[in-house]
Every structure is written in structure tokens, then in C-alpha cells.
Design a protein around this ligand. Structure first.
Ligand code: PLP
Length: 574
């Protein structure tokens, strides 16, 4: 009975259902690979703080993404992440069914409660097909995040979308909006559509028998991918073999195109509100998908989660209440310079301890330390700073230190070669510029790495960084950004005030890349040599000014509290 009442807390009021293939809540629950998943986790944490009525749906990913080791020769090695769902999550006794490839596949949910110190609780459901009675291959569908082949991905997306919508129904949730975090979850629209069958009387035309508008009213879609090739597509023969025909394939072809089953098009066609994840990315998405109205809501980070303990203490002292109202960081000038500097030195020492423990290298707390960590995809250009080693040495010999980290997707060979190339440069520069590559970049590593460096470097090929969020994690810890003008940084950058740009300004309306490697590298070296190093070494007060501006002009705004208020007013309640 008590259990029943506890559940009613979740089901008595209509909720927003947030669907994401990956959710990163903590390093112990390894069901995320990078920015998309951590954004989802941060979104849910802010929703809990703000007591928004939400419920989140994802997959259990029993074998996680992967654990990264780097071998002696600088090549990435991958190992499954062993984690025990029972230790973190509660198995619920409800089950639901989805037909896949003609077989009924049972799904069970694991519950995690995201609890805010402010009182809010958001249930997160992790869907799992590893149930006795399911065919052996179906039991593995929810094992690997972004593992397996295209068929495996299609099956996972059926479980997430159709299975997730059915699961919410089986658990008695009353859902007022469905929010798809990227196209992976788009198949939830099929379940909604199939529930509208017969609502419209005129069966003469197939499309008319299904209430598309009823589904659109319920759906919000956030697209994250700025390139055509990045969007999920499946060949129709595969789809017709695997996907249950809860909606006629002929109608699906009208909605997503005859060439392939394109989940982005499905979500676009069946959502009343669609957005990109930064202003620039909204523009890019409009030109990728002409004819659709696409808004922009810039991503954020959950402020408390990403603030190092050293800065938490300072903020608590001078700006009490900041964690649930990050806008207060606008008053950062109330914090004395010495407190800012001391907190940063604490975070730096905390990182350097970790570096020494994991690599045996001893870093110098007095040197300008640059950080670069993110998924190792080639467009992120982790090696741009190594374009001209002579130049880098001339600028940085004895004055600079670098910390890298990042995993490459196991099938991304160019990404792995990038990791290898960086290790070659580390060896070449040894004894002149100290550089480490920390293994297994995850939320724990990020939490130590980002606040502990002095400058956060980001060098993506424009316009491929849809938003980027690690730079926001830097800002809230008083670490200025030094970044190509792309994604969120176009909105956060004030030259010499909040940090520094690399390369030319973004081109208006352009979707194509501007600026080349050479031009960007030259600008990087020029600013590092003439502006950044002299400020860091010669003008402590000037440097702290920039640190404070990162907090007061970037971190106060680029967070998931602000972002969620925008989703509520612009997407959820309209
Ligand atoms: C924040 C974060 C990311 C995303 O960083 P970007 O700069 O947006 O690429 C990826 N991985 C981890 C572990 C993170 O903490």
C-alpha cells in the first residue's frame, strides 16, 4: 500500500517524458558516451531542482559504453564496463512487450530517482530486455551503448521509442509532452500515432485515418547534429523486416522519405516544437531541413554538479543560494580576488595529484596549464595545437603544460589515429613541454580535469560543434575559454573579457566551414604568445578579471536551470 502511494506521487499529475538514448547522471552509471548523455543527465538534475514534473526514459546499457586504456604505443584499447544495475537502481515488477523481427520482446524497467536537495524528485526509467523467456539475441539488445551494427541500433531504438512509450503507459504515467533528445527516440511517435487510429472517420485516404496533429501537439524534438550524415537512417528492407507495422509502412514513407527510414525527418514531421542546441546550430538545422520551423535553445550544464568543491565553498560563502539560482553568479565581483585565486589553486593541486597518481608525471603549479578533453572525433582537431612544433616550442618551452583526455568511438579509426598522433607529439616534446593524456575520460575525470587547468582549449572545425558544454564547465570554475567561434562560444565570447577566440568570426548564415587549419593554428599561436601567456605570467589581477568574467558573464547564463526555464516557457506549455 505504501509502495502504491509512493508511486502515485509520480503519476497523479501530467508529466513531460524526456527520452534519450544516453543519460549521464554519474560515473557509476556508465550509460553515456559524451556531451549528449551528460546534457540529458544535467537536464534531469535541473528539472529536479526546479521541481518540474518530468520522467526520463533511456536504456540500461548493461555493458556500458567502454573503458579506455591507452597502450604503450599510444593506441586506444577498449574494455567493457562492468557495472551492477542492482547496486544503483530498483527493478520494477511491471513489464511491457514490443514485437521485433516478428518476435515478442519483453521489456522491464529499472528505476533511479534523481533527488534534488531542494526537494524535487524525477524518476528515470532504464529499459532492459535481458529477461528469461526473451530470445537470446533479444536479451542483448540493451547491452552496449552505440555498439553493434545498424540492425542492433534499429532494435535499440524500437525498444527506446515504442517500448518506452508503452512502458510509461504500463506504469500509469499521464504524459502531456514527449521530448525527444535527438532522433534516436523518434519511434515513440509511432506508438502515439497508432493510438490515434480511428479517431478520424474518413478512411478513404490512408493519411487521413491517423491523427498526425494529435501526435504533433504532444511532441518536442531537439536535434543535435549539424551534418546530414550524422542523422540516423535505416534501409527500408531492414525496417520492414524488423519494425512492427503498428503504423502502415506506406504512411511512414510519406513521413520520412522513400530513400530510407530517416528518424530525424520522422521527429521533425511529428513535432510541433523543434529546436537546435545553440543559435548558430538552429540556423544550420534550418538549412539542413528547409521548410521546418526550427527554434534555438542553447544547451547548459548543471551548475552544482560541475563546480569543484573549492568553488562551491567560495560561492556558498559569498553568494548563498547560487546552486538553485545560478543567475546570482552575475554578482561574482562581490568575491575578493584572493578567494577566487585560492579556490583555483586548490582545484589545480587536486588535478595535479590525480595526474601524478595516474601517470607518474609531476606538474608545476606555477605554469600556465591548458586543458583539452572531449570525444576524440577528428572534427574536434585535438592536434591543432601541434600543427607547428617549432612554433609551439618557441612560445611554450618551459612556460606551458598541457592535459588531454578523450575516448574515440571503437569504430572511429581516424579518431583513434588522432589519439595515437597526440601520443607521438607528447614523446617528441618530452622534457620541453610537459603533456599528459589521461585515460578513460568520463564524468569523474572531467570533474577533476576541467576546473584544474588555467585555460580551456576548443578547436572544432566550424560549424560542427553544435553547442559544446565542457567550456561551460570550465567557466563556472573560473577557467576562461580559448576557442574557435562555434556552438555556444559564439554567444558567450567577448574578446579579452570572457576569454579568447581562435580564427575568424563565424560567417553569417553560412553552413559551410570557414577558416582552415593553418589560419586557425596561426591565430592560436599568436594569441597564446602575445596575449594569453603575458597576461597569465605578468598580470595576476588582469587574469583574475577574466576568470571572474567567465563566471559572471558565462556561467550565470549557460546552465541547465536557465535552459529548462526556456524549454518550459517556449516548448512544454505552448
Ligand atoms: C562535458 C563532457 C563532454 C562534452 O564535452 P564537449 O566539450 O561538449 O564535447 C563529454 N564527455 C564528458 C565526460 C564530459 O564531462
Amino acid at each position: 500500500m505504501e509502495k502504491h502511494n509512493a508511486w502515485k506521487k509520480f503519476t497523479w499529475e501530467p508529466r513531460i517524458a524526456y527520452f534519450s538514448m544516453e543519460i549521464g547522471l554519474s560515473a557509476e552509471i556508465p550509460t553515456y558516451s559524451g556531451g549528449l548523455g551528460i546534457l540529458a543527465g544535467d537536464t534531469i538534475k535541473s528539472a529536479a531542482d526546479l521541481e518540474l514534473p518530468m520522467v526520463a526514459v533511456t536504456l540500461i546499457h548493461r555493458k556500458g559504453y567502454f573503458r579506455q586504456q591507452i597502450d604503450r604505443d599510444g593506441w586506444q584499447r577498449e574494455f567493457p564496463v562492468e557495472w551492477n544495475p542492482e547496486r544503483h537502481l530498483e527493478l520494477l515488477s511491471v513489464k511491457t512487450l514490443v514485437p521485433i523481427e516478428g518476435r515478442d520482446v519483453k521489456i522491464q524497467p529499472w528505476l533511479y530517482r534523481v533527488k534534488s536537495p531542494a526537494g524535487g524528485v524525477i524518476p528515470v526509467l532504464f529499459l532492459d530486455t535481458d529477461i528469461p523467456g526473451n530470445a537470446e539475441e533479444d536479451r542483448h539488445v540493451t547491452d552496449y551503448l552505440y555498439g553493434g551494427d545498424l540492425e542492433y541500433r534499429l532494435k535499440q531504438e524500437i525498444v527506446l521509442g515504442i517500448g518506452g512509450a508503452r512502458m510509461l503507459n504500463a506504469l500509469n504515467f499521464n504524459i502531456r509532452k514527449y521530448h525527444m533528445n535527438e532522433g534516436h527516440a523518434a519511434m515513440l511517435t509511432l506508438e502515439l500515432l497508432s493510438n490515434t487510429r480511428g479517431r478520424i472517420d474518413d478512411p478513404s485516404e490512408e493519411r487521413a485515418a491517423w491523427d498526425l496533429h494529435r501526435v504533433m501537439e504532444q511532441c518536442v524534438f531537439t536535434t543535435h547534429t549539424p551534418v546530414e550524415a550524422g542523422h540516423d537512417k535505416f534501409p527500408w528492407d531492414m525496417v520492414e523486416r524488423i519494425l512492427p507495422d503498428i503504423v502502415p509502412f506506406s504512411l511512414l514513407k510519406q513521413l520520412t522519405g522513400n530513400d530510407a527510414f530517416n528518424l530525424t525527418l520522422l521527429a521533425l514531421n511529428l513535432s510541433n516544437f523543434v529546436n537546435g542546441v545553440a543559435k548558430k546550430h538552429g540556423e544550420i538545422s534550418k538549412s539542413l531541413f528547409p521548410g521546418f520551423k526550427i527554434h534555438a535553445i542553447t544547451n547548459g550544464i548543471h551548475s552544482f554538479t560541475w563546480t569543484s568543491p573549492f568553488f562551491v565553498q567560495v560561492y556558498n560563502k559569498y553568494l548563498p543560494g547560487w546552486a538553485n539560482e545560478p543567475e546570482m553568479l552575475v554578482r561574482v565581483d562581490n568575491i575578493p580576488d584572493e578567494d577566487i585565486w585560492e579556490a583555483h589553486q586548490g582545484a589545480k593541486a587536486f588535478l595535479f595529484m590525480y595526474i601524478e597518481e595516474t601517470t607518474g608525471q609531476r606538474f608545476d603549479p606555477d605554469l600556465l596549464t591548458i586543458g583539452f578533453a572531449r570525444r576524440s572525433a577528428t572534427y574536434k582537431r585535438a592536434d591543432l595545437i601541434f600543427s607547428d612544433l617549432e612554433r609551439l616550442l618557441a612560445i611554450g618551452d618551459g612556460k606551458l603544460q598541457l592535459v588531454f583526455a578523450g575516448k574515440s568511438h571503437p569504430k572511429d579509426l581516424p579518431g583513434k589515429e588522432m589519439i595515437h598522433r597526440i601520443h607521438e607529439k607528447i614523446a617528441v616534446l618530452k622534457d620541453r613541454i610537459r603533456i599528459v593524456y589521461l585515460e578513460n575520460y568520463n564524468m569523474d575525470v572531467a570533474y577533476r580535469l576541467i576546473p584544474g587547468v588555467d585555460l580551456w582549449l576548443n578547436t572544432p572545425v566550424r560549424p560542427l560543434e553544435a553547442s559544446g558544454t565542457s567550456g561551460m564547465k570550465a567557466a563556472i570554475n573560473g577557467v576562461p575559454n580559448f576557442s574557435v567561434l562555434d556552438g555556444w562560444w559564439i554567444e558567450g565570447h567577448i574578446e579579452g573579457v570572457t576569454g579568447w577566440s581562435i580564427g575568424p568570426p563565424p560567417m553569417e548564415k553560412s553552413t559551410s566551414s570557414n577558416g582552415d587549419n593553418h589560419e586557425d593554428a596561426q591565430d592560436l599561436y599568436r594569441k597564446l604568445e602575445n596575449t594569453i601567456l603575458p597576461l597569465y605570467t605578468g598580470n595576476r589581477a588582469g587574469w583574475i578579471r577574466v576568470m571572474k568574467n567567465a563566471i559572471g558573464k558565462n556561467a550565470y547564463y549557460f546552465n541547465t536551470h536557465v535552459m529548462m526555464r526556456r524549454y518550459v516557457t517556449e516548448a512544454y506549455i505552448r
